[in-house]
Write a protein that binds this ligand. Structure first.
Ligand code: COA
Length: 252
């Protein structure tokens, strides 16, 4: 199973575990996450959820490029819809969710972190939306959530520029709330989670709902635009080039 869930008192630690692929999200992993998040949502014994990646190198290095490479427009639309659904479920979880960003949080990995309520990062973490270099755009809610969190200008810079930013820059931009050393990241994250777990679930839920409001993310447009990019040349070229470890030749 690519998703592991460990309970520690009222805290659930969800680990995405595809270490060889730097925890990249394929459809199967997204479906497992959906199943686990649905169960945690309704579990009255759980007050806080922590999400992290297996190993020391990556939180999640994105959606699975090998799986996406040969998708057609319809399949890409469905894949984007699946990712949006799972991340919406996480965002709307009636209890706090903390991302412990233990390395690369790129593409879908950055979008996963964005769907959490709090982001604590290791000082070696790199965050980014590098999809543009593959000939696509973020398709799991990142276009809206990133702009909402760090402002339109910086979201444009990250999504159009495609560069990774380091944890310190992410902290300065408000993309993450705290930065810790490798030794501290999990202990400090769990300490904060335990603090939240000592509070009333009803009050935590109300606080989250009040802050989040009922904003409509309007993700349908992102899904459409994401999918349309799979009907041409550049998406396939971008992904093939990544897998062949060469620079892409974009023509569209
Ligand atoms: N999807 C599928 N496989 C991925 C992946 C992804 N998003 N990210 C990494 N992998 C795989 C690599 O293909 C490689 O597999 P291999 O060992 O079978 O060749 C393995 O994970 C290790 O990655 P590698 O690229 O060799 O590590 P690195 O240290 O040289 O680089 C990254 C690390 C994260 C910078 C690089 O893997 C990367 O840029 N990944 C893609 C990020 C991205 O574009 N994400 C958005 C996707 S929409």
């Amino acid at each position: 199973m690519a998703v592991k869930v460990q309970m520690e008192g009222a805290i659930a630690l969800v680990t995405i575990d595809r270490e060889q692929q730097l925890n990249a999200l394929n459809a199967e992993t997204l479906l497992q996450l959906e199943k686990e998040f649905t169960a945690l949502k309704d579990d009255r014994g759980i007050k806080v959820v922590v999400v992290t990646g297996a190993g020391k190198k990556a939180f999640v290095a994105g959606a699975d490029i090998a799986e996406m490479k040969d998708m057609n427009e319809r399949e890409a639309w469905e894949f984007s819809g699946l990712g949006q659904r799972v991340f919406n479920l996480l965002e709307n979880m009636p209890k706090p969710v903390i991302a412990a960003i233990n390395g690369y949080a790129l593409g879908g990995g950055c979008e996963l972190a964005l769907a959490c309520d709090l982001r604590f990062a290791g000082d070696w973490a790199k965050l980014g939306q590098p999809e543009i270099g593959l000939g696509i755009i973020p398709g799991f809610g990142g276009t809206r959530r990133l702009a909402r969190l760090i402002g339109r200008g910086r979201a444009m810079e990250m999504i159009l520029g495609g560069e990774h930013i380091d944890a310190q820059t992410a902290l300065e931009w408000g993309l993450v709330q705290r930065v810790y050393s490798a030794d501290e990241l999990m202990p400090k994250t769990m300490e904060f989670a335990r603090r939240l777990a000592s509070y009333s679930l009803r009050a935590l839920q109300a606080a989250k709902a009040a802050i989040a409001g009922t904003e409509d993310l309007g993700l349908h447009r992102e899904q459409e635009l994401f999918a349309q990019l799979f009907s041409g040349h550049d998406q396939r070229e971008g992904m093939t080039a990544f897998l062949e470890r060469r620079s892409p030749k974009f023509t569209e």
